[in-house]
Design a protein around this ligand. Structure first.
Ligand SMILES: [Zn+2]
Length: 429
């Protein structure tokens, strides 16, 4: 870890996204708090100064490292609030079958889909699981992401789910990125419970959730509430149990049908409701004012070749804060590229460049309950920052998968340096 203070100096745009105690909603999503010609000072892992470059004199301690950001953009480290990072194997053969015309259901019936990933996960060694997660974190980092949420959900039995969560904890410890852990034992019904769904729900209530809480390995509990998976009533009892034992709540809701998952999220005070492709206006109104963040995953719609995207404008118009995330997983969206989600947010969901940046910074931070430490550039917050080699923040969604990351700072240390700076004293850690 780099101990020396850092000065990131003279950015064309210093995009602070500052001032949001609550998630940004409605018109607030346009308020990026940009400082033109801005500088940031980091010391002891925290941000100690944010302001105009002209005012930086006297704020920088001795023996600091300068990162010249002239002509570049500085943003908060990006937050990917929904991934399934810990999986084994891959499903590119199913990808090919899909593009050749097979449906997801046909592939699942032939032994593919989530349950194939479950078999692969159960057979994988713990070291392979960790290695896979770490390599994916490297890819997330390469896009300017400094915090990732990850779910378990490929074990679907108590000891295997704990193994998934342990892998998340190990990955978070071994990698410079932070991984926020979510228990998703209710991802699918394992084949052992194919004909008795209620028995699996009972196992979740009586054994899995208590064991997960006891282990201290999860901050959130999530449920895949969808036709053919967990019903609204099953989702409710699982989430209620999790809340009772102290976990935060998330829900995969209304991805393929307006089943009522979003309403359930509002009813239970969930931290986020995710997907929300088919959510009705009535359900959107229920979410508004509930404090729940709508985490939209346009990459999944894109990857599945579907035409209908989540109604982001309706969420924003009605005051529901929107975050964007990758949903990185081997079946329905195989990517770590969060900036691509910003592009899809603009093109397919009518969001503005400012709104999509808010969606992957402060609103992503709120969705993972980290807004007090990350998601914006403000004195006192953790120094998670990205320097992009581009003239304005609008470039990020505009240049499709453009890869403009120049430098990434995590907790005040340079963790990725692709600049051609020769005078910089900063190095890789
Ligand atoms: Zn998901």
């Amino acid at each position: 870890v780099q101990e020396r203070p850092l000065l990131l100096h003279n950015a064309a745009e210093l995009v602070t996204v500052a001032g949001f105690f609550d998630p940004a909603a409605g018109d607030q999503m346009e308020e990026l708090g940009i400082i033109q010609g801005g500088s940031v000072v980091c010391q002891g892992g925290e941000i100690t100064f944010v302001g105009k470059s002209a005012d930086v004199d006297g704020t920088v301690p001795d023996d600091y490292t300068v990162i010249d950001a002239t002509g570049k953009v500085i943003t908060p480290g990006l937050v990917d609030a929904h991934t399934h990072l810990v999986f084994a194997g891959s499903r590119e053969d199913e990808f090919e079958q899909r593009v050749r015309g097979k449906t997801y259901l046909e592939i699942a019936e032939a032994g593919g889909g989530i349950l194939r990933s479950v078999r692969q996960f159960r057979e994988a060694s713990s070291s392979d699981l960790l290695e896979g997660a770490l390599s994916r974190l490297d890819r997330h980092l390469s896009w300017g992401v400094t915090t990732v949420e990850s779910k378990s959900g490929y074990g679907l039995e108590t000891s295997q789910e704990i193994r998934g969560l342990e892998t998340i904890a190990r990955a978070s410890k071994a990698h410079c990125l932070d991984v926020v852990p979510t228990f998703l034992g209710a991802h699918e019904f394992p084949s052992e419970f194919r004909t008795d769904h209620d028995a699996y729900v009972q196992l979740l209530l009586d054994e899995m959730i208590p064991a997960v809480v006891e282990s201290g390995l999860a901050e959130f509990c999530d449920v895949f509430c969808e036709e053919g998976v967990f019903t609204v009533d099953q989702s409710r009892v699982v989430l209620q149990k999790a809340a009772e034992l102290g976990l935060g709540l998330k829900i995969h809701a209304d991805e393929f049908s307006d089943l009522g998952g979003a309403k359930l999220a509002a009813e239970l005070g969930a931290r986020s409701a995710d997907h929300l492709v088919r959510t009705s206006v009535e359900s959107i109104e229920a979410l508004a004012g509930s404090g729940c963040v709508a985490v939209l995953l346009p990459g999944t719609t894109f990857f599945l070749g579907h035409e209908t995207y989540a109604p982001a404008r309706e969420f924003i118009r009605r005051g529901v804060p929107v975050a964007l995330a990758t949903d990185n997983n081997p079946g329905s969206c195989m990517t770590e590229c969060l900036p691509l989600m910003m592009t899809l947010g603009c093109i397919q969901m009518g969001m503005s460049p400012a709104e999509v940046l808010t969606a992957v910074t402060i609103n992503g931070a709120h969705a993972v309950n980290r807004s007090h430490t990350i998601g914006s550039i403000e004195a006192g917050k953790q120094a998670d920052l990205v320097v992009f080699d581009m003239p304005s923040y609008r470039y990020l969604p505009y240049h499709v998968a453009g890869g403009h990351v120049d430098t990434v700072v995590k907790r005040g240390a340079v963790v990725l340096d692709r600049s051609d700076r020769t005078d910089s004293q900063s190095g890789l850690t």
